[in-house]
Design a protein around this ligand. Structure first.
Ligand code: ZN
Length: 369
């Protein structure tokens, strides 16, 4: 077998292990339509490279238990960096895509050099604290609250950071690893998407201090013509309605931002949901208003995309006790269905954006095998 063909099998096997977590030689033969010698030879090469390891035994329906194969998590790592107006999150994921370490610091964003210095120091401290060798770091994924230029090196527009056409060069240098920058909602959606079946469509509605979103079609992120797809926060929900931070009126952000719920509770979203669970009148009134507009938005997304709609972001992470109520409210608006079972909740409670940004480097590395 030619080396090019073996290399493409290596990539397929690594992708399969990345997707499934564990597999066996027999299962790899079946899923890749490959012969046993091909699988054995390629797995042996990947093991010699340290990319694949034996990972215990799998349960058997009878006879010998098959040996499990998995990616070697410790072979390589990627760093995820999520920048928001007031905080910096750092995560490290391993080659399996597992979130290994995370940290969230209070660090107000600024455009001057002191910010880049603080970023660089925070990264060094994070690597040191968790004993992550720099030579094993594939790169840093950078999640930003805004629209990226097509080459990924300029933040074209960010209301959250009050910037436009901002070069990321200083931040890229501060991170000192190869940097891939991505919109925060797209990054979070990529982390969530990985936990779902590989093919298929998904709309992700990110309900954080600002509202964003992402669209997956046939398993692939749909970025649109200008990198501005999935900006659900700026779809006018109520013509001439409440003022949005973008300067327009009636945008969904003015009805769906997590700040609407957290602001009366000293910025503590969990305090709001605790009050709601206790049926405190102020929380109940806020929730009725929030729920109504959320249901309208979900129904719009269902009508436009006819696929699963995932609720994510700060609010999405807290919604489990209220999912059925949201579904019931959304179902009332639906022309074609009598339920809203298309609604699901995000799986990551925190750091989905930083994790998704880091995973881009892991997937890119697997593509090179
Ligand atoms: Zn707006």
């Amino acid at each position: 077998m030619g080396s090019e063909k073996r290399s493409s099998f290596a990539r397929l096997i690594a992708h399969e292990l990345y997707r499934s977590g564990q597999s066996t030689k027999t299962a790899l033969m079946a899923s890749l339509g490959a012969s046993l010698p091909t699988v054995l030879g390629t797995v042996r090469t990947l093991m010699e490279q340290g990319v694949v390891v034996q990972d215990g035994l799998l349960a058997s329906s009878g006879g010998r238990k098959p040996e499990a194969l998995a990616l070697n998590g410790a072979h390589a790592f990627a760093i995820g960096v999520d920048i928001t107006a007031n905080h910096l999150s750092l995560v490290a994921v391993d080659l399996r895509g597992t979130l290994r370490w995370r940290e969230r610091l209070s660090l107000p964003f600024s455009t001057d050099n002191t910010y880049c210095t603080a970023l660089s120091e925070a990264l060094d401290a994070f690597l040191q604290k968790h004993d992550i060798p720099s030579q094993k770091v594939l790169g840093a994924g950078l999640s930003l609250p805004g629209i990226l230029s097509s080459d990924g090196h300029t933040l074209a527009d960010s209301h959250a950071l009050r910037l436009s056409d901002f070069s990321l060069q200083g931040i890229e240098q501060a991170l000192r690893f190869p940097v891939l920058a991505v919109n925060d909602a797209n990054a979070a959606a990529m982390a969530e998407k990985r936990l779902l079946p590989p093919e298929g469509n998904l709309v992700y509605l990110s309900l954080s201090n600002s509202v964003g979103g992402a669209i997956f079609m046939g398993g692939t992120l749909y970025e649109g013509g200008h990198g501005r797809s999935g900006e659900f926060g700026h779809m006018p929900l109520i013509p001439n309605g409440r003022a949005c931070y973008c300067g327009k009126h009636g945008c969904y952000d003015a009805y769906g931002s997590a700040l609407l719920l957290s602001a009366p509770y000293q910025g503590q979203l969990t305090a709001f949901f605790t009050a709601l669970a206790r049926k405190e009148p102020q929380a109940v009134a806020l929730w009725r208003d929030y729920l109504f507009h959320l249901a309208v938005m979900c129904n719009h997304l269902r009508m436009a995309f006819d696929c699963t709609v995932m609720l994510g972001g700060y609010v999405g992470a807290q919604l489990e006790p209220w999912l059925e109520e949201i579904r019931a409210e959304a179902a009332k608006l639906n022309t074609f269905e009598d339920n809203a079972d298309y609604l699901c909740l995000c799986r990551y409670q925190t750091e989905a954006a930083a994790t998704g940004a880091a995973l881009m480097h892991i997937e890119k590395y697997i593509d090179t095998l």
